[in-house]
Design a protein around this ligand. Structure first.
Ligand code: BJW
Length: 224
C-alpha cells in the first residue's frame, strides 16, 4: 500500500517540543510576524537568529517518542511504501529511524545564505557564527519556510498524493496552507484519508476516518 503521512507539531509534543497555536497566540513568547516572516528577519536578524539558535539547542534535550518510532516501523513493513511529509523543523523522525522524510517547512539543522543561495548542514549557533562557508556572507538565516514563502518539494508531495492509497494526517491543526489542503487533494486523487490528532482539527470533517488522542498512543495503536 502507498501511504503518505503528513505530520505536524502535535507528533513532537510528547517529546517536549512546544506546538505553535497555543491559546496565548504566541510562539514561545514571540509574535509570529517577528520570528516567522522574511520581514521580521529583515527588521531584526539577530533576534530571529537567537530564537532559532535556542530551538536548535533544545533538540539536544528531546528524544523521539513512540509515535515517531511507530512511523519508522511502518516504513520497514515490506508491503508498504511510506513517505513522511513533515511540517516540523526538528529531526525526530530521522532519529526514530524514518528514512523517507520530506521537510516541507525546512529544518533547524540547516542554514541558508541569502547572498549565494547556498544551504548548509548547521548545528552551530547562527548568531555570532562563522558566516557562510560558500561566500563569506556574515548573516545566515535559518533554512526555514516562513509565511509568504514557498514550501519545499511541493511537486514531489503532489506526485506522492496522486499515487497514494492512504493519506494520514497526524498532530496538525490544519491551519496553515498548503499542507492544510493535502487532505482535499488526496481525496480528489482517490486515497482513503485518516486523521490522528489530539482533538478534531480545522479540517477534521474532510477525513474518511478520525481517531483522537495523544499521538504517542493513537499512532502506535494504528500502526500495529
Ligand atoms: C497533538 C498533541 C499530541 C497537540 N498528540 N496531537 C489565507 C487563506 C489561505 C492561505 C493563506 C491565507 N493567508 C496567508 C496564507 C498562506 C499561509 C497560511 O497558510 N496562512 C494561514 C495562517 C492562513 N501559508 C504560507 O504562507 C505558506 N506558503 C505559501 O502559501 O506559499 C504560497 C503557495 C504555496 C503553494 C502553492 C502556491 C503558493 C508557508 C507556510 C509556512 C509555515 N511556516 C511555519 C513556521 C515555521 C517556522 C518555525 O517552525 O519556527 O511552520 S508556521 C507553523 O505552522 C509551522 C508549522 O509547521 C505550521 C503548522 O502548524 P502545526 O504543525 O499544525 O502545529 P499547530 O500548533 O498549529 O497544531 C498542533 C496540533 O497538534 C493541534 O491540532 C493539537 O491539538 C495537536 N496536538 N498535542 C497529537 N500529544
Amino acid at each position: 500500500m502507498k501511504i503518505v503521512v503528513l505530520t505536524g507539531a502535535g507528533i513532537s509534543a510528547e517529546s517536549g517540543v512546544p506546538t505553535f497555536r497555543a491559546s496565548d497566540g504566541l510562539w514561545e513568547g514571540h509574535r509570529v510576524e517577528d520570528v516567522a516572516t522574511p520581514e521580521g528577519f529583515a527588521r531584526d536578524p539577530e533576534a530571529v537568529q537567537r530564537f532559532y539558535d535556542d530551538r536548535r539547542a533544545h533538540l539536544a534535550v528531546v528524544e523521539p517518542n513512540p509515535a515517531h518510532r511507530a512511523l519508522a516501523e511502518l516504513e520497514q513493513h515490506e508491503r508498504h511504501d511510506v513517505l513522511v511529509v513533515t511540517q516540523n523543523v526538528d529531526d525526530l523522525h530521522e532519529r526514530a529511524g524514518s528514512r523517507s522524510v520530506v521537510h516541507m517547512h525546512g529544518e533547524l539543522l540547516s542554514a541558508w545564505c541569502g547572498a549565494c543561495d547556498g544551504r548548509f548542514r548547521w548545528d552551530a549557533p547562527l548568531l555570532g557564527g562563522p558566516g557562510c562557508p560558500g561566500c563569506g556572507e556574515r548573516t545566515l538565516r535559518p533554512d526555514i519556510v516562513w509565511f509568504g514563502e514557498l514550501p519545499y518539494e511541493l511537486d514531489r508531495i503532489d506526485d506522492a498524493l496522486r499515487g497514494a492509497d492512504l493519506f494520514v494526517s497526524i498532530g496538525t491543526s490544519g491551519a496553515v496552507y498548503p499542507a492544510a489542503g493535502f487532505v482535499t487533494a488526496a481525496r480528489a486523487y482517490g486515497a482513503r484519508t485518516l486523521e490522528l490528532n489530539l482533538e478534531p482539527s480545522q479540517g477534521s470533517l474532510m477525513f474518511d476516518e478520525r481517531r483522537h488522542g495523544p499521538a504517542g498512543t493513537v499512532v502506535p495503536a494504528w500502526v500495529r
